[in-house]
Write a protein that binds this ligand. Sequence first.
Ligand code: NI
Length: 266
Amino acid sequence: MEFEGLLARLWEDYRNINPQAGRIHALLSSRGETVVNDHVAFRTFEHPAVGMAALAPPFLAAGYSQAGTYDFPDKHLRAVHLEHPDPALPKIFISELRVGELPAGLQSSVAALLNQVSPAFLAHPWLCAAGRPWNLSRWEYEALGRFSEYAAWLAAFGFRANHFTVLANSLRTFSSLPELNGFLKSAGFALNGDGGEIKGSPAAFLEQSSTLAAPVRAEFSDESLEIPGCYYEFALRHRLPSGSLFQGFVAGNAARIFTSTDRRRE
Ligand code: NI
């Protein structure tokens, strides 16, 4: 199936940038676990050519439909999540940066990136996996990051999965997210502690944690630099009063998870 090819390509690319995901996947498998992927997340700029609506077609063509919308005013982001009737397929979370809310100089920087994108690149049927079509300087990267870590990450990495997510409910050898987190930390992985390691609560029907993005060498027009790459996320879903498992996302959790790719200051 062509769509499975897309998911496989996204995972390969993501695992190359984020080897800790492959190592954690292998560690869990070696305990006899079968890792189920809860969702794959993408980042983009709000723009007719590359916005959320431009990334969604391969998912819609595969049978996904929009199931939730989210707003992050402080981060100048909005997001949608898509679901497939087959619960074995991961949810898709696509966010976009409201470019019009950036300071004028940074809007110009984003426009300069988008001006480098060729029509052939935009015609890619898998735009969400097409990579980074622009060049930028370290100075531009850092200027974007001072206002929006999200914008800096997106400028540096382009179109690819930002993270995959282990559905903790599917793990048989861990009874809670803190137990899974403890296992990961004892194996040497650093977790994102922003607002506490666990984002959310059973009352919100969703608990999440994530690794901190490990450094990756990124190429800029003037130099290469080690910067935060991708992270691996862990989600424990709880039952709604109706008895069905909550399938949405919680904006307050996600706002904290976004910081997993922040540049960390000494
Ligand atoms: Ni996520």
